[in-house]
Design a protein around this ligand. Sequence first.
Ligand code: HEM
Length: 424
Amino acid sequence: MRILLASSLLLAASVATAQTPYTEDSVYRGLGGKQGIARIVDSLFEISLADPRIKDTFDGFDIPLIKERLAEQVCEYAGGPCKYTGKYKNRDMKSVHEDMKLNNLHFNALAENLQIAMERNNVPASVSNRLIAKLAPMQRDIVTAGGGAPEAKPDHGKFIATGGVSTVEGSAGGGIVPWALITGYGTRDSWGASAFATRVSTPDYKLLSYGAAVGIGDRVEVSLARQDFEGELAPLDRLRIKQDIVGLKLRVAGDAVYQQDSWLPQIAVGLQYKKNKGVDGLAALGITSVRHLGAKSERGTDFYVTATKILFEQSLLVNATLRSTRANQMGLLGFGGDKESSRKLMPELSIGYLLTRKLVLGAEYRRKPHNLGVDNEKAYKDIFLAWLPSRHCSLTAAYADLGTLTVFNPKTQRGAYLSAQLAF
Ligand code: HEM
């Protein structure tokens, strides 16, 4: 945990101011120099002029000239020997684009097409991400439309992976830690949604979790999840516990994607209302409720604040969450206990490396309170690989260490975590 925290702080501290061109030429070289950049810009326009989201915007413009200017600008920002002067000399990015009334969907579409163009021209993801780190803050100048009330039609407009995957409690995030990202692919001008199913299998038990979430205006998230816990090994092989979770998240500040030139992460606050549905399979022992195990209550609400930053410069996603909770094992064993009953503030951390646009390798840590005498509760940890073949689906595989979720066989409570998410 200390290593994760220290590396997150170190990385946050090393965020460069991104809106000035690189002073060294490694990105320029990584793009393949002037010729490489010319090929990338060619591919970008080939893709964009066939892209229904933005192709009409280019009608009537002098495409070869835009290409030349854009190549000049990319070369300059990448640290190459070029200077963008501009077709109109004094016109900046705001004046160049403002008549077009571009919104976030348009901006993201072009940026995504640029990423694809770089992929097609064999630019390594780390270089491609560094160029995106320089261009993303231009959103503030280029996007002059939208930002009003979200439209009823989903726009599928966010960058891939920026809706997160689904946690076992239903909120957008990693596997066990909620992030400040809002689920689905709706930009601030629209809405999106996701549905997921996750299975964690250890020799000792299985946890199945499934649910759905809606993101509105890339600001508000509402989620519903059901958790089904099943003991596997005697004497708990008949044990069944179910829990329902309703989540609400509100993004309050920052933008994880566009603000590459600022320290501010995307920040959200959230709650998860949890209702334990009782304990089955232990009636012979007189246990039918989590209260019989020492829990004070069958329901409880976690409150959290979470901060997420995508550091394109370093190809990293970092997240820190602070949760106020009295849940035992997320609530599967109820809330409060014989040992301790008050709320505790618990840190949760995630870090992910963007191997490619569609592949994230990461680790998570989640500290939990220890309220029950019968359960020696420990932190959750996992190492995950999330694969997003498209915006509409993702698969996350992880190796999870869920501490001692049952007391009988604590050594075997590590195992495979597999999660599938559908999103739009
Ligand atoms: C990071 C994003 C973007 C960058 C770096 C960028 C860069 C540029 C550059 C360098 C020019 C040439 C300006 C000149 O001739 O001096 C330009 C023009 C243009 N861009 Fe963008 N652009 C971006 C986003 C977009 C988007 C999202 C669209 C539309 C979907 C768009 C549409 C156009 C059009 C139509 C022109 C021609 C303007 C004119 O000639 O008056 N751009 N852009």
